[in-house]
Design a protein around this ligand. Structure first.
Ligand code: HEC
Ligand code: HEC
Length: 194
């Protein structure tokens, strides 16, 4: 091989080696999140949400709400403040770019089947497939861990998530009409949707 070609090869190898997984803006700041949310936001737990593939505007609102204590979470508050300090846009872009894999947590098929019948009332905002509407700040419910979905619905029902938020009046009023048992069924259903 002529010398200039070997040099090109060396350069090519060197430049791919330099483009490591931590080179994307936001990636170094996102490492600390993996302790709870899993590597690249791919939560393996029943209570921690998957944040891989999250819509940037929804992500930013969540971070601001945790930092301000509107979404009260002792776990999230310090990290939300840290993200705001480091630059929320880079971290939002990093997680938005990660492919989302559904939660590995298994749901009871009978609960999911019961939830399916009640789920039509969610599709008005979350869409027929439950994938949400980023332009309206409505999140994707599909494949999220069932425990997380259930907890958040109970928080809406008790007006403990973003209390006083005018935009969330309708969803909270709806949750108040749904029994806690049916909330668990709905969580199982949306978690199982692919
Ligand atoms: C100590 C554990 C822990 C760490 C570390 C952590 N989180 Fe969280 N996160 C949680 C918990 C618990 C919740 C759910 C809280 C609630 O609303 O009840 C959550 C919720 C979220 C949500 C809301 C998701 C949704 O669907 O509404 C976002 C966004 C988020 N975290 C981003 C981050 C980012 C970014 C980092 C790293 C900078 C991070 N978290 C670090 C525990 C953690
Ligand atoms: C009127 C519109 C509307 C309807 C109807 C609605 N939602 Fe939502 N939902 C929203 C919006 C908007 C949010 C984002 C809240 C925020 O900004 O913090 C949300 C958030 C959620 C979340 C939190 C997700 C996360 O990642 O933290 C869950 C869980 C949820 N909805 C479940 C449901 C279920 C189940 C139904 C049907 C029984 C339903 N919603 C019906 C508008 C709606």
């Amino acid at each position: 091989m002529p010398l200039f070609m070997s040099l090109l090869l060396v350069l090519a190898i060197a430049s791919t080696a330099a483009a490591g997984p931590l080179d994307a803006p936001g990636a170094p700041q996102a490492l600390v999140c993996s302790a709870c949310h899993g590597f690249a936001g791919q939560s393996q737990s029943n209570t921690m949400p998957i944040i891989a593939g999250i819509a940037p505007a929804y992500f930013k609102k969540a971070i601001q709400d945790y930092a301000a204590g509107k979404r009260s979470s002792p776990e999230m508050e310090p990290y939300a403040k840290m993200v705001l300090q480091f630059g929320v846009d880079d971290v939002a872009a990093y997680f938005a770019a990660q492919a989302r894999t559904p939660s590995p947590i298994k749901v009871d098929p009978a609960a999911a089947e019961r939830g399916r019948a009640a789920a039509v009332q969610c599709t008005l905002c979350h869409g027929p497939s439950g994938k949400g509407d980023p332009s309206k700040g409505v999140p994707d419910l599909t494949g999220q861990p069932p425990g997380y979905l259930r907890n958040q619905m109970l928080l809406f029902k008790a007006d403990r998530r973003s209390p006083g938020d005018e935009q969330l009046k309708a969803v909270k009023a709806l949750m108040r009409t749904i029994s806690d048992e049916q909330i668990a069924d709905l969580a199982a259903y949306w978690s199982s949707v692919r």
